[in-house]
Design a protein around this ligand. Sequence first.
Ligand code: AMP
Ligand code: ZN
Ligand code: FE
Ligand code: FE
Length: 281
Amino acid sequence: MIDLHTHSNFSDGTDTPSILINKAHAAGLTTIALTDHDTVAGWDEASNQLRPGLSLVLGSEISCQTTDGISVHMLGLLFDRNEEALMTMMAKTRDNRIGRMHKIIARLNAADYSITMEDVEAQLSDGATLGRPHLADALVAKGYMKSREEVFAEVLHNNSPYYVAHYSPTPEVAIELIKQAGGVAVIAHPMSSLRGRVVSAASFESYVAAGLDGIEVFHRDHTLENRELLSNIARQYDLVKTGSSDYHGNGKLNQLAEFHTDPVEFEKLESKANARRVITR
Ligand code: AMP
Ligand code: ZN
Ligand code: FE
Ligand code: FE
């Protein structure tokens, strides 16, 4: 089974890359992608933990925003991390996430939530990309709410008065930089309406022109209707269809391999990278 979208504690997942790899073995996966938000920091640990029977696809889930303010997540897979432009862009996003967190905290403080940057940092592993889930964990630790889900539902969702965006490239720029770095670009959960406004079917034309390779069709946030519509878009533009868990350890309900990618589709996707970068032991 092939699962092309998971998170470790180098972003907002709760498992170390080593534990994630061990769980992937135990779950009987044949291929797993590590796709932490806006970083490649977990790549080495995941590679070192690999044993025969499991192949590793290294990647990142890149936070993007359309010019009209819609949040989009772009999976970059199988790219060369020595390509500066993509790495610089991710570093800029990570850096911007810190100032953005201070702003969200200030808004919460103004509403009488007693929470500090130190409280949030206490929830973050060394070298990890800072995100709202760490703030959620801090609010849970302080007893304000019971779970990440509850915090997102109450105060941290995209339409909340406490919400602040951070710098993000447009989806087109992210796709271009992923392609420039020799990788493949797959748009993650494009119709996950739980997270706020989503892109229209018409916007795929521009993503395809930028070099989009695939669509994450099979994901727990998509309804059957969403999947059908996205399958049609994939057929129209000859894009690869993927499926994945978006596993976050204990951070979300998503279970490893709950959705997976057809091996024929994966082969097609892998062949679009400019070098053979799937790691095996
Ligand atoms: P950020 O990148 O800081 O804007 O935070 C967004 C991340 O929060 C997403 O990538 C999800 O992993 C996570 N997230 C969004 N909604 C929820 C939720 N309802 N429960 C738990 N995690 C969530
Ligand atoms: Zn996440
Ligand atoms: Fe995402
Ligand atoms: Fe994700």
